[in-house]
Each structure stands twice: as structure tokens, then as C-alpha cells.
Write a protein that binds this ligand. Structure first.
Ligand SMILES: Nc1ncnc2c1ncn2[C@@H]1O[C@H](COP(=O)(O)OP(=O)(O)OP(=O)(O)O)[C@@H](O)[C@H]1O
Length: 276
């Protein structure tokens, strides 16, 4: 059963919602970190959030997740404004796999993943009530390939296993939109490819901040390129990642070329842009 099918709040024939941000501005101290950012992450597609260090990716993800209130602008999932949702409803709508999520080392993997069920727990006669909780936890552990490690304590996991456990905890929330902040940091190449393949297979509306443009070209349907808190490029990978844009934003001579064997683009770079 796919993750999409087991989400009871979504009918089998419903389209997945778009995530849209309009005019999002965030000021921190005397700096404008996001400046009128407009983004549309299309339902069921994987959108890469790109941009150099400090361009505003993490700040935008926090706004998209409803964890940071922007100074101006709004975020919607479908037609629902995130500002109108309480914490529990919001957590069932949009969920973020954070870059440096802290976790208590003594918890087992299963207990960590079960934390994702908190927004689904109601109260029945004073007791916590989540009739589907155990089944969902088992299912998402299986999806990320951690069923065999479910009883291991957090402190004993490798970096790649922790990334997958964080993803499983987020999937246990059963969000409609999945946000990921640098999910492949610290993973070896094989783990990077498996992790992003898994994200694609989920079929959710997903937004992933990525530094690796080759991974973005390979796994994303669309990209948003931020620079200095503004959107510099937005659209399908092949149309958005142009040589002039890569030169202006990243200061590199690079272009997308057809992959020699696969029907997808890959990134070819020559080096830094020559100084004029
Ligand atoms: N509390 C703060 N006060 C002032 N400036 C801040 C604060 N937090 C972040 N910033 C600045 O906001 C800008 C955007 O930061 P953000 O972490 O969103 O960028 P990023 O694109 O995710 O960066 P990286 O790729 O390096 O992780 C940076 O210049 C950062 O220094």
C-alpha cells in the first residue's frame, strides 16, 4: 500500500494540493532575508529549492511549514491558508524534515517515529486514542527500510539511518505536503540516490532544499532558485537552470546536457566564471 493510499483524509481520486507562497517577506534584525517570494510547488511533484549559502532556503522552508510567521505574504495548501490552521491540523497538512533535528538518544527508532503520530492523537475517555497509529508507524518504518532496526536506540544509528528515521517520523504525520531541508547532507552517494528515489516514489507534493545541482537535475520536476532572498528562477528543471542563471547566481560556467544513457538532464560544469 502506498503512503498516498493509506492517508484516510484524502480520497483515492483527489488531486494532491499545490503549496503556494505569495509575497513572502521576512526581516531579521535590519536584514530582509526573504523579499516578496512567490513560489508554487505543484501537487504531487518534487520541487527543488536551490540557491547559494545564505540565500534564504531554510527560512523559506520554515515559513512554508508554518513554523515562522512572515512579515508579509501568505502560504496556502490548496485553498487553505496556513494561518487559519491550529498546530495539530497544520502538522497533518505540511511537515518538515529538518536539517539538524535533535532527538533524545535513549529513544528507540520506533519511539522516535511514533512521535510523528502526536498530531493524530485524540482523547477517548481520558486515554490517548490513535487507532491507526501502530499500523502507520510499522508501515512507514517499512517504507524507509528501518523495520529491522525499530528497537535500536537512536544513539546507535548511522547518519544515513537517522535521516531515514527522520523521514519516517515525518511520514507518520501523514502530511499532504512534505518539506525537506538538505536531506542528503552527510549521506554517501548511494544513500543520496536511494533517499531521493524514495521521496519521489512517495508521490507527495514535496519541496526539498538542495545544494547539489546534479541531484536536483536528476530528481526534481521543478526548481525554485533563490538568491539574496529573491526568486531568480522558477519552473521545470530544464527551463529554469539556464547557463546565464547558473553563472549569475552561483558564479559558475555550467549547463544542463542530456544524460548519455537516461532520459533526463545532467549538469556539466567547466569551473568558476572567469573574471571579466
Ligand atoms: N536570526 C537572524 N538574524 C539575522 N540574520 C539571520 C538570522 N537567521 C538567519 N539570518 C540570515 O538570513 C539569511 C538566510 O539564511 P538561511 O539559513 O535561510 O539561508 P540558506 O539558503 O538556508 O543557507 P545555507 O545554504 O547556508 O544553509 C542568511 O544570510 C542568514 O545569515
Amino acid at each position: 500500500m502506498s503512503h498516498r493510499e493509506h492517508c484516510v483524509h484524502r480520497g483515492a481520486h483527489d488531486d494532491l494540493p499545490d503549496l503556494t507562497a505569495e509575497g513572502v517577506t521576512v526581516r531579521l534584525g535590519d536584514r530582509t532575508v526573504l523579499d516578496g517570494v512567490g513560489v508554487r510547488a505543484a501537487g504531487g511533484r518534487v520541487t527543488g529549492l536551490l540557491g547559494p549559502n545564505g540565500s534564504g532556503k531554510t527560512t523559506l522552508l520554515h515559513v512554508l511549514a508554518g513554523l515562522r510567521r512572515p512579515d508579509a505574504g501568505a502560504v496556502r495548501v490548496g485553498s487553505t491558508d496556513l494561518r487559519g490552521l491550529g498546530d495539530r491540523r497544520r502538522a497533518r497538512t505540511v511537515a518538515l524534515v529538518e536539517q539538524h533535528a535533535a532527538t533524545t538518544v535513549d529513544l528507540t527508532v520506533r519511539e522516535v517515529v511514533a512521535l510523528g503520530r502526536l498530531p493524530h492523537r485524540g482523547r477517548l475517555g481520558g486515554a490517548r486514542h490513535d487507532p491507526r497509529g501502530d499500523a502507520v508507524v510499522e508501515e512507514v518504518l517499512g517504507m524507509v527500510g528501518l523495520s529491522d532496526l525499530a528497537e535500536r536506540t537512536w544513539g546507535t544509528l548511522s547518519g544515513g539511518e537517522r535521516q531515514r528515521a527522520h523521514l519516517a517520523r515525518t511520514l507518520a504525520q501523514e502530511p499532504e505536503v512534505l518539506l525537506l531541508d538538505e536531506p542528503t547532507n552527510h549521506l554517501d552517494l548511494g544513500q543520496q540516490l536511494r533517499f531521493l528515489s524514495l521521496v519521489r516514489e512517495l508521490g507527495l507534493t514535496a519541496v526539498a532544499a538542495l545544494h547539489d545541482l546534479e541531484l536536483a537535475a536528476a530528481f526534481c520536476d521543478d526548481v525554485v532558485v533563490l538568491d539574496g532572498g529573491r526568486v531568480r528562477g522558477h519552473g521545470p528543471v530544464g527551463a529554469a537552470l539556464t547557463t546565464p542563471l547558473l553563472g549569475e547566481v552561483y558564479g559558475v560556467e555550467a549547463s544542463l546536457a542530456p544524460h548519455p544513457r537516461l532520459s533526463r538532464p545532467h549538469l556539466v560544469w567547466d569551473g568558476p566564471v572567469e573574471a571579466p
